[in-house]
Design a protein around this ligand. Sequence first.
Ligand SMILES: Cc1cc2nc3c(=O)[nH]c(=O)nc-3n(C[C@H](O)[C@H](O)[C@H](O)COP(=O)(O)O)c2cc1C
Length: 199
Amino acid sequence: MDHATTDQKIAQTEYDIMPQIAERWSPRTFSDRVIDQETVHRLFEAARWAASSRNYQPWRFIYGLKGTEAYDRILNSLVPFNRQWAESAPLLVMTIVKEQMDNGKDNYHALHDLGLAMGNFSVQAQDLGLALHHMAGFDWKGAHEAFDIPEGYHAVTVVAVGHYGGDPETLPEDLQKGETTPRQRKPIDEIVGEGTFPQ
Ligand SMILES: Cc1cc2nc3c(=O)[nH]c(=O)nc-3n(C[C@H](O)[C@H](O)[C@H](O)COP(=O)(O)O)c2cc1C
């Protein structure tokens, strides 16, 4: 499976990790290949088997495939910066959390659990040769109205999904460089401490 089409994007790791993690990256252009319903269901199947606090499964999703009204509504919720490139994605997913637990108290771990579900979605996508690009830049209030999202739920991100292999030259010039720039991360010591807060 052709996981990462751009060698510069493969993580330069200090330790050996799974290729599905090392080769994942977030493109802003996707190939012309469509995504079928079976594949959409496989992605959400992976997402729903994530762990969650008390098994509340606070994640909810709305998706649209290119060419549908749902897709256009999700696309239109994006800020202009994201809209300009995300429309090459064949699939757009809006992620949503249920904010309270069954007892009515705030579920402090809801966002954590949505993140776990999207982690599963991401690894499954990578295994299928699909790339994601998560976006915080969208009008969540407008999305709540456009999709009648009930009280007690909060739209968190929109995610562009498509096959790797888009042509960077189709992007505005200022975005082209990002398609080949090596990915950077903080060193392990800065984020992990053995028995102490990382120094
Ligand atoms: C929650 C979240 C929100 C993001 N929002 C945006 C966004 O609005 N627009 C954008 O172009 N990229 C967005 N990104 C992509 C990140 O900038 C990207 O994942 C990060 O730079 C690391 O690059 P990599 O995914 O290729 O490793 C977002 C990522 C996450 C996880």
